[in-house]
Design a protein around this ligand. Structure first.
Ligand code: FES
Ligand code: MG
Length: 579
């Protein structure tokens, strides 16, 4: 863009820095204590770098180095970088679950962007919840915004074998409980699994959300897959810094990118990558912030799309191979060639998504499968409904056992996660491989925060018999790195007295994933009578603090688990000055 054109856009930051009165004096003077010269306040785009760096979020612990590269790019393009921290949601450390504070981080992001002299914003994201949280907050402000992801870890290596983040833990722990590996062997795997900076290297929630950000058009091409320690990650950070300055001049706001077409692209991409079920909740929450109508049934758009990306936990490889094989652009090209891409959707580089990927190369057809040789023929997330989940539930067929996708079995019920932990190891527990394990009170309000406990481990006595998978049903989520025939996000949750609350040991349950059915074989009258009885005995907890607000205001899974009062775009205008 020519320099003359650039000057035409009235910068938002000018209402802070652009006046020679008392307010302008105050806004500039304190900033000058950082050694900023006068001419930097004269009509140069101020770019916020919203950083989720934290040593307690190990996946994002390298973000200060990435921020430096973003700053280099911003300066080169004539902008002024200003880095600021927001609440960092670390999946591995935060109790009771990082999901509990996703909305807190989103509020933090929104208020920090709106309240400050920022013309455009770079979101530095990585670990699972950091991506949706920052996109949610930014979407409610709707400034020009670009996502820079921290990138995945290098492949884990244990005794010469590749091992994947998270997926290894689930597998090895079952092996240990079944007595097939020793405690020493189990412990030795820790250091092998996480051996470089970056996010989980499987197609878990972090990699999934990075792919969602790229397929939504909010990042530059290849942002999702370049390893954290690969020099090209730093080049991408630099280029993203350069690009956001031009986005400000072009007034390319987030709402021009985050259209309904873009969300449908993301849903189909999720099917093609074998992505995490958590994306169902996060995409809904982001769509709600920008004002795009998206329903649980929109996930049926992904049903026709085969899973092409052969990555753990659905498949074999890890994010390193994914990048070396062509990364997400190669996948998007295959979607486009089969009419599964809304090709005109605009992306942050100012081009359509199809322009970005139509010549993308694939270098390994086993990692990124062609459409006629997919990993799973019908990928996507399966939406289930029935008297057990009137507002829906989800299941990821690519991570499930095909034979269990249509199953009828006797319920073995765990009233909450503590009850599960007490009961599951009991050798006397009346359970066999055909039973359906039902876990209650792990939803948004119940846990609270909807923890990733839905892929509850199988009873040790069955593991020792060689049982590898069983149907499991809950109102919880599961880690994107997990696998199994696991029905999740049952809505309404048990704590809200959804029908899940009324399931009893011995009830028969039908799952038919092919036809989207989840049915409890109990009559309507009996179900209503059981729920009435539960209502009378329900105890309301008053915890105080954030937790209390969370329980009062969080929406159910089908609505994205946002707070009811945060849904919507409130824009970036702040007419009042601080003095
Ligand atoms: Fe942070 Fe997996 S725990 S990305
Ligand atoms: Mg995770």
């Amino acid at each position: 863009m020519a320099n003359d054109d650039k000057k035409k856009v009235q910068l938002r930051s000018a209402s802070w820095f652009g006046t020679n009165d008392k307010n302008g004096f105050m806004y500039r003077s304190w900033m000058k204590n950082q050694g900023i010269p006068d001419h930097h306040f004269q009509n140069k785009p101020v770019i916020g770098i919203c950083n989720t760096w934290s040593e307690l979020t190990p996946c994002n612990a390298h973000f200060r180095q990435i921020a430096e590269r973003v700053k280099n790019g911003i300066r080169e393009a004539g902008g002024i970088p200003v880095e600021f921290p927001v609440f960092s949601n670390g999946e591995s450390n935060l109790r009771p679950t990082a999901m509990l504070t996703r909305n807190l981080a989103a509020m933090d992001t929104e208020e920090a962007i709106r309240g400050n002299p920022i013309d455009g914003v770079v979101l530095l994201v990585g670990c699972d919840k950091t991506t949706p949280a920052l996109l949610m907050g930014a979407a409610s402000c709707d400034l020009p915004t670009i996502v820079v992801t921290g990138g995945p870890m290098l492949n884990g290596k244990h005794h010469g074998q590749d091992v994947g983040s998270g997926t290894l833990v689930w597998q090895a722990h079952e092996e240990y409980k079944a007595g097939r590996i020793s405690l020493d062997e189990f412990m030795a795997m820790e250091g092998s699994m996480s051996r470089s900076a970056g996010t989980c290297n499987t197609m878990g929630t972090a990699s999934t959300m990075a792919c969602m950000a790229e397929s939504l058009g909010t990042s530059l091409p290849h942002n999702a897959a370049i390893p954290a320690v690969d020099a090209r990650r730093y080049v991408l950070a630099h280029l993203s810094g350069m690009r956001i300055v031009d986005m400000v001049h072009e007034d390319l706001k987030l709402s021009k990118v985050l259209t309904r077409d873009a969300f449908i692209n993301a849903i189909r991409t999720n099917a093609a990558i074998g992505g995490s079920t958590n994306a169902v909740i996060h995409l809904k929450a982001i769509a709600g912030r920008i004002g795009v109508d998206l329903s649980l049934d929109d996930w049926n758009h992904g049903k026709v799309v085969p899973t092409l990306v052969n990555l753990q936990p659905s498949g074999k490889y890890l994010m390193e191979e994914f990048y070396y094989s062509g990364g997400l652009p190669a996948v998007l090209r295959r979607l486009g060639e089969n009419d599964w891409l809304n090709k005109d959707a605009l992306t942050v580089n100012g081009r359509s998504i199809w322009d970005n990927v139509k010549e993308a190369a694939c270098y390994n057809d086993d990692v990124i499968r062609p459409v006629d040789n997919p990993l799973v023929a019908s990928g996507g997330i399966c939406v289930l409904r029935g008297n057990l989940a009137p507002r829906g539930a989800v299941l990821k067929p690519s991570a499930a056992t095909p034979a269990l996708l249509k199953h009828r079995g006797r319920a073995v019920v765990f009233e909450n996660f503590d009850h599960y932990k007490q009961r599951v190891n009991d050798p006397e527990l009346d359970i066999d491989a055909s039973c359906v394990m039902v876990l209650k009170n792990c939803g948004p309000k119940g846990y609270p925060g909807m923890a990733e406990v839905g892929n509850m481990g199988l009873p040790p006595k069955l593991l020792k018999q060689g049982v590898k998978d069983m149907v499991r049903i809950s109102d919880a989520r599961m880690s994107g790195t997990a696998f199994g025939t696991v029905v999740l996000h049952v809505t309404p949750e048990a704590m809200e007295l959804g029908p899940l609350a009324a399931v009893q040991d011995g009830d028969m349950i039908q799952l038919d994933a092919h036809n989207g059915i989840l049915q409890l074989e109990v009559s309507d009258e009996e179900l209503a009578a059981r729920l009435e009885k539960l209502k009378a005995s329900q105890v309301i907890f008053r915890t105080g603090g954030y937790l209390e607000m969370y329980r009062e205001r969080v929406l159910q899974a089908d609505e994205g688990c946002d707070f009811d009062f945060l849904v919507g775009c409130r824009g970036a205008a702040v007419p009042a000055h601080s003095h």
